[in-house]
Each structure stands twice: as C-alpha cells, then as structure tokens.
Design a protein around this ligand. Sequence first.
Ligand code: PXG
Length: 467
Amino acid sequence: MSNSDYIKLPNLSNYWVPFTANRQFKAMPRLFKAAKGNYYTTIDDREILDGTAGLWCTPAGHGREEIASAVGKQLLTLDYAPAFQSSHPLAFEAANRVAEYMPAGLDRIFFTNSGSESADTALKIALAYHRVCGNPLRNKLIGRERGYHGVNFGGIAVGGIAGNRKAFGNGLAGVDHIRHPLDIAKNAFTKGVPEDGGIALANEFEQRILTLHDPSTIAALIVEPMQGSAGVIIPPTGYLKRLREICDKYGILLIFDEVITGFGRLGTKWGADYFGVTPDILTCAKGLTNGVVPMGAVAVKREIYDAFMEKSPAGAIELPHGYTYSAIPIACAAAIATLDIFSTEQLENRAAGLSAYFEQAAHSLKGLPMVKDIRNIGLVAGIEFEPIAGKAGAFAFATYLKCYELGLHVRYTGDIIAISPPLTIEKLEIDRIFNTLADAIKFVASQGEAGLNASNYLKNEQQWAEQ
Ligand code: PXG
C-alpha cells in the first residue's frame, strides 16, 4: 500500500502552529490521529511511544475512559454556568479536591485555563495582596534566569528564557531575575539532586538582588522547583529551603510554579513535597485534568485569602480578576476524575518506585557522542549535547526527528532533549525510550554535517506533503 492510499493530509495553510517553525513543519508535518495509554498513532498509522506525556501534561496516560465519560456526562448536564457572580456546585467540589491534594495550608483555590494564566494570576494576587495589606510600594517581581512561566506578559517578564522575551517589547517594569542553578562544570552527570552549592547560590538572592532593590519593595519571587522548559535544571540541596528563609526574613511571597513539577512528576504530589519547602502561592495546570481540558489552578495560603476577605471594603469584589472559563464545568469534571485516578492508582508512588530504574536508564547514555550532561529527577531526564558553533539546537532537533522516525516522541529545547513519560510507563518502555534515544544520537552523530539537516528525516511526511 502506498502512502497516498491511506493518508489524507489536511490543508495546512490556515493554522498558525504555536512555538513551531511553521514553514519547516508544514513541509514535513508530524500529525497524531489517536492516542491510548502510553502511545500515539500518527496519521500514517505508526505507533509512537510517548516519551513526554504530551507536553508534560498527561501523567495518567492517554484515552482515560473515566475522564472522557465524566466530561461527556457533564457536557450534557450543565455545559456552562456564568463564572462571575454565579457558579455551580462542581466548581466548589473541584476546589475542595484540589485543596486536599495541595501541600497543607495551600487551600484556597483560584481556577484558570492554563499554566500561563496561572502564572499571571499568581503574580497579580501577590501584588494585590500587598496592596490590600497597606503595602502598595511592595510591587517588584523577581523571577529566575531560564525560568518559564508561560507566555503572557507577566509570565514572560518574570520568565528568563531570552528567546521568549526579546520579540515582545518592554514587558513589565519592576522585574528582576536571580541566577539559575545549573552548573555543568561542577555537576555534570549528577544522578538526582546535586549536593553542593545550593546555599551559596540562594544567598546570592539576598546579597545581589536585595541590596540592589531594597527588600521592602519586593512583592514576590517566582520559581519552578525544577526548571522544566529550559532543559531540566535541578536545584542543589538546600537551595529552595534557603530561598524560603530569605523570603520569610523580608516579607516576600514565594511562588512555586508547579505546572510541570505537580501531579507526581518528581515522585511526590508536588515539587514542594519533594524539596520539603512550602510556598505561599502554588500554580499548576497540565496534569490537573490529565491534559485533556484546559484548566489551571492557583492555590494560596489561607492567610492570603483571608487578608483579602478581611481588609476589602464590605461588598467589594476582593480580587477583580477571573476568566469566562474559570472553573468551567467540563474542566471541573475532568479535574475530579483525574484526581480520582491519582488516588486509586497512586501515580506519585508509581513514579517514585520507577525513578531509580529510570535514572539508571537515563545515565546509560553517558559516553555517547555529543552527550555533555545528563540530569534526572523523578520521571524526568534531560540530556544536554555539546553546543555546535552557529548551529544552536540543531543536534537536539535532529535527534528529536530521528526518534520520531524510530517511533518515539521526545522534546527538544535548545541543545537539550527532555524525557518525561506518562507516570503509567512500564519498565520495558523505559528501556525502549532510552535505547531508541541512544540509537538516534548515534545515528545523528555518525552523519556529520548531513545529520543536522532536518530534511534528511521524516521521509514519509515529506512525501505526503509533496502529494
Ligand atoms: N509554567 C511552567 C513551569 C510551564 O512549564 C507554563 C507555565 C505555561 O503553561 P501553558 O498551559 O500556558 O502552556 C508552563 C508550560 C516543554 C513545554 O516541552 C513546556 C511547557 C509548555 C509546552 C512545552 O518544555 N510548559
């Protein structure tokens, strides 16, 4: 059977594909038509092992019938209820369930529709909190180099991935960044959390930023417990605890962006649990609905919510913020069904139980050509390649394409490949992920210059595009 017998490629012109090289993608599209368990099916009926849980968002695996049926039923029961000045019972039930899942104390829940909205919501709550408490001059926001907090204006302002910021003008004023904790020279090939350097690095926050700004002007510090998008950056021992102490010392709110680290990814419910540090505000999205209905949440400490309730004028809207789709019924249904799955299948424990095996498998790539560093925590691994002058990211992109050709989906970001499978992954599939990745790395490296040419991969897709 030739490709043209069964592949019907849609018209690719109208859709502007996000965070994607559109011209290149449309010349050789990678399209999935179905997903079940830990696998995707491509439009040419190839099975692709999902090494990334979608975009880190399907921890319970694909095609979960419990979620599908809860969402389907909800659509036919109450499809929409106005989200402002009225609501529906499931919104409160979802908030109760999310609060139960949160670290103790973070039990007041604001719903959004994405990680980006969660980040901006958290920053706005932090600013408004200080204002409602009578400290309007505490209005600066601190992020971290290489941090990712989504793509809205607040998120890119505190975010520290240069490429996501520089095309978009001036952004927010009153923002600064602390250093990221990646130190390959010292920590290359560390298994799990690096041991040294964490306290000194966190102390820089106090020394460098606080003397530059005056601590009484700083509203909040936002960090991902583990930096995901920038390529799996794991903070050294003691680092986050020390940041917490410094925030406490100066009355600065600590926000953890747990869009990636939440819902079992590190082998605990939250990064906060893994590192034993509780933030004042915690943001999440993705795994909250197993990635299938857009939803995010911002959990705040009860004292923060109470301050808004106690200090706002009677009858006032305490927080003038929200979205048409905040707590839309289908998202609430999906979140509750997802939390049910987490509770029955104990996916965090499953991830924790597999993490040593996963670590071994990831580090088996040490010694392959171009491999400069391997980092891992829970069910996440980052493989960083040697940079090639003038061709940033080309080796990782080619490796990603080769993996796709070989039946494995991985993520690439800069010179790094990130692996973050569904928490339902099996040991044999972990083997398959890292064996395939090893084959891809060896292949790309063996091809020299030609190996970096994207059009040398995905021959099927290229053919369809030409039809
Ligand atoms: N915060 C963090 C920490 C994230 O990782 C967002 C906010 C934004 O979420 P939304 O739902 O608005 O996209 C994210 C998203 C990748 C990758 O492969 C990571 C994200 C999204 C897409 C790809 O690294 N993170």
